[in-house]
Design a protein around this ligand. Structure first.
Ligand SMILES: C[S@@+](CC[C@H](N)C(=O)[O-])C[C@H]1O[C@@H](n2cnc3c(N)ncnc32)[C@H](O)[C@@H]1O
Length: 272
């Protein structure tokens, strides 16, 4: 585990991290919210993300500048010199899509999110940049959605999206992704992993169910076990081509704080 830059190291593995005694103490103090509040959060999921984007505009998530290099490693067989139909599913304001197309200009772009505000902000940025992006407002957790686009894509990404969906509806989301991607096409997922620092840090009255939490602003986050993530996509008709936990340690020397971030990352290929 060599530092890759000051205060930061990074590696990937097939295992998440072991919990420390301190982590276990923090987890033991977490308590569940009521069933009533859980149902309310589900009913208001779209509204809460819409409010999130209204409040934060496009300033919250940073452009994911790792996107093109990482995608080329995850999908070495895809020829990015050719036109590739690429969909950012759960696009937010396009923090994956914009840096990606800056590096891979031949991408044909598609994007959707269930937050109207997010999609509007993405459209504005696309217009400023003179980029053509087919956009739609789509809720991935509704069974059997019909594709808002005329064509199925070669490659789709779900970046920190599935974790925002209720675990009971993740299977539906994966099945919907199958309809959006052509046979042989890929879905690349990056999301929060079990035992991530942020999962341990939640306090009382924030746990909805096992590894599923609500933030102060009403948005939710699930922390995945890698095998569980693969199971969801395999059941939806995908083959898992690659899977890993990504380990990142951010260190604040001044405050003497360490934040061991854990993400899951996988590539699924539509089989039939
Ligand atoms: C953490 S943000 C990530 C946004 C973007 N992918 C990125 O990398 O910055 C999660 C996104 O998922 C969207 N989302 C949550 N549930 C969704 C659903 N059921 N259908 C479509 N989008 C959803 C939210 O509106 C939000 O934009």
């Amino acid at each position: 585990m060599e530092p890759t830059e000051e205060g930061f190291y990074s590696f990937s593995s097939q295992n998440s991290r072991e919990l420390t005694e301190e982590d276990n103490e923090k987890l033991a103090k977490q308590t569940n919210i009521s069933d009533f509040k859980e149902r309310k959060l589900e009913l208001e999921a779209r509204k809460n993300w819409d409010k999130f984007y209204n409040r934060n505009k496009n300033n919250f998530f940073k452009d994911r500048n790792w996107s093109s290099e990482d995608l080329k490693i995850i999908c070495p067989d895809i020829d990015f010199e050719k036109e590739i139909k690429y969909l950012e599913a759960g696009c937010g304001v396009g923090n994956m899509l914009f840096p990606l197309v800056a590096e891979i200009p031949k991408l044909k772009l598609f994007a959707f999110d269930f937050s109207d505000n997010a999609v509007k902000m993405l459209e504005e940025r696309a217009k400023e940049l003179g980029l053509s992006v087919a956009t739609a407002v789509v809720d991935l957790s509704i069974p059997s959605i019909s594709s808002p686009f005329e064509e199925q894509v070669d490659l789709a990404t779900l970046i920190f999206v599935l974790s925002a969906i209720h675990p009971d509806k993740m299977q539906i989301a994966a099945e919907n992704m199958r309809n959006l991607v052509k046979i042989g096409g890929s879905v690349v997922v990056r999301d929060y992993g079990i035992n991530d620092h942020a999962m341990i840090r939640f306090g009382r009255e924030a746990r909805i169910s096992d590894r599923f939490y609500v933030r102060q602003d009403g948005t939710r986050a699930y922390y995945f076990d890698l095998e569980e993530l693969c199971g969801i996509f395999e059941k939806a008709g995908f083959r898992c081509e690659r899977k890993e936990y990504l380990h990142r340690m951010t260190i604040n020397h001044q405050k003497n704080l360490k934040a061991p971030r854990i993400f899951v990352q996988a590539r699924f290929i539509r089989e039939n």
